[in-house]
Design a protein. Structure first.
Length: 260
């Protein structure tokens, strides 16, 4: 049975049991495939020690992964003996087509398209505010808050705060400023990032979304607007990358509260 592992000496690798493979720093999917072919033999080198190095565990980006690879990972991390793992961009169509025992093993949310078996241990201190412009930005905003929840940090969402009605952000800003870090999620012209950037002294991250008509260009206009913001010190992320912004916020919170 072929085993796709970069180890010293291929013969010792070929003698490894499946249980031994699971205990290594990565898990080769070919080990679980009875008839490997070029089209169905992905090899995933899972970085199980990433949390030790940088304080953030590896996550699984599901979109585009071969079905067999995804099911193998979901089977593996459904085991309570494994570390908690976050699955992102897991579509409702794919999740609902999984075997029933896998669906029951995970906490899945269709809006954010995220899933986990269990979260990391919650932190006693540290809070993020997730501020979104409109309900159409909800999937990305939820990806932010669900990722923070998985990482053990508290996150409060402030939804529908778009600048077309400035009273909405004005009425929420006092509560937003009680958080330790702020993440703004907005599409269209993404002006909310600049507005919040002028109203808070907290570390601020901004996520453009692919929401909007025509010239919004699937989030490119929002991205350009955030990058060109006159509010100084805003960290801008890729389009729809709520996961990345949540991880940046988690780094800030971990630096602020290293002992909780």
């Amino acid at each position: 049975m072929p085993v796709c592992l970069k180890v010293e000496g291929i013969l010792p690798a070929l003698r490894m049991s499946r249980a031994s493979l699971r205990s290594t720093s990565f898990y080769c999917l070919i080990a679980a495939m009875p008839v490997p072919t070029p089209a169905s033999s992905p090899c995933i080198r899972f970085d199980t020690e990433r949390d030790v190095r940088i304080g953030l565990p590896e996550a699984v980006f599901c979109e585009g992964k071969p079905r067999r690879a995804l099911e193998t990972l979901l089977e593996r991390f459904a085991d309570p003996k494994e570390k908690p793992i976050l699955f992102t961009r897991l579509s409702p169509e794919v999740f609902n087509s999984l075997p029933q025992h896998l669906q029951q093993a995970y906490d899945y949310e269709s809006l954010s398209r995220t899933a986990w078996r269990t979260t990391l241990a919650p932190h006693a201190k540290g809070k993020a505010a997730v501020v979104s412009a409109g309900t159409a930005d909800g999937s990305v905003a939820r990806e932010v808050s669900r990722t923070l929840q998985y990482l053990g940090w508290s996150a409060e969402r402030f939804e529908d705060c778009g600048v077309a009605g400035l009273w909405r952000i004005q009425s929420a800003i006092a509560e937003i400023n009680k958080a330790d870090v702020v993440i703004v999620v907005a599409g269209l012209d993404a002006a909310l990032a600049s507005v919040v950037g002028g109203l808070t002294d907290k570390p601020l991250f901004a996520v453009p979304t692919s929401v909007g008509y025509g010239i919004a260009e699937h989030g490119k206009t929002a991205l350009s607007s955030m990058l060109a913001s006159c509010a100084p010190g805003i960290g801008v992320f890729n389009i729809d990358n709520g996961y990345g912004a949540a991880c940046a916020a988690a780094r800030v919170l971990r630096a602020m509260y290293p002992d909780v």
